[in-house]
Design a protein around this ligand. Structure first.
Ligand SMILES: Nc1ncnc2c1ncn2[C@@H]1O[C@H](COP(=O)(O)OP(=O)(O)OP(=O)(O)O)[C@@H](O)[C@H]1O
Ligand SMILES: [Mg+2]
Length: 247
């Protein structure tokens, strides 16, 4: 089944400051969209608004999943509809180990799935594919995790939860070459049955994935969209190329 995340005329403010100014975007199953842009341009604001973080106020415009308005829903309600966000800076929770976190999240997302015993087996498979040990499952969530371990845990969630639309905010930052390849493989496999929106600063990830669209976000606006030529423009002429385009 094809899903679509549709964003129209989206204006978003944080603490009374207008950050996103008229965003239009459509992400469908089978599509990989990349969002690039300078620091502070609004990329994380866009990601967090789609997932429903209450700090971000939708002033006007719409966010629809499969035609239904979701901008009034809570983050967990959106997650149950099939949206997934990997956080740029995930929270740590002491006393909750990785396995029970994954189990709770999975059960919430799939309340009708009674085969929860199989989940441990599935989790173990995914964890070992990502080069993490069984011991890792017993550790407190994100407590003392290295940057790469946090990212691998996010990738594990992507593989396990199979969201309709995945929003990945800088999941590729700070990854070593092996982890980067694993992330690339995970995105390519996810893309077969999901839509993916990936925020990134680095062209290294493009060695492993082929985006369908690259968007440039500057000062809260999408100032350019296209294919791989967008990356070429940024590389050769920096973001100022798009600043000039926008003006
Ligand atoms: N809670 C907040 N209070 C005030 N301003 C905020 C808040 N959160 C974000 N902003 C502002 O919104 C703007 C966009 O921030 P955002 O985090 O979306 O940028 P970004 O494009 O993700 O940047 P980066 O590439 O550095 O991650 C910035 O100017 C930031 O300071
Ligand atoms: Mg950000």
């Amino acid at each position: 089944m094809t899903s679509e995340l549709g964003i129209n005329g989206l204006n978003v403010s944080v603490n009374g400051n207008l950050i996103l100014k008229g965003i239009n975007l459509a992400v469908k199953t089978g599509e990989l969209h990349i969002v690039m842009g300078p620091n502070g341009s609004g990329k994380s604001t866009l990601s967090n608004t789609i997932l429903g973080s209450p700090k971000f106020k939708v002033e006007s415009g719409s966010i629809k999943l499969d035609g239904g308005e979701i901008s009034g829903l809570k983050p967990d309600e959106r997650a149950r509809l099939g949206l997934f966000l990997a956080f740029q800076e995930p929270v740590s929770i002491s006393g909750v180990n990785v396995l029970s976190f994954l189990r709770t999240a999975y059960t919430k997302l799939n309340p009708s799935d009674k085969n929860i015993d199989d989940l441990k087996v599935k989790v173990s498979k995914v964890i070992s594919k990502l080069g993490l040990s069984e011991e890792f499952l017993k550790r407190s969530l994100n407590e003392g995790f290295s940057g790469g371990e946090k990212k691998r845990l996010e990738i594990a969630q992507l593989i396990l939860f199979r969201p309709k639309i995945a929003i990945l905010d800088e999941v590729d930052s700070g990854l070593d070459m092996d982890s980067l390849r694993i992330l690339g493989d995970a995105i390519n496999s996810l893309k077969k049955e999901s839509g993916v929106l990936l925020v990134t600063h680095y062209e290294r990830i493009f060695d492993y994935i082929k985006p369908d669209f690259i968007h440039v976000l500057m000062d809260g606006k999408i100032v350019g969209s296209g294919g791989m030529e967008v990356l070429q423009n940024i590389k050769e002429k920096t973001y100022s190329f798009y600043k000039n385009e926008a003006a």
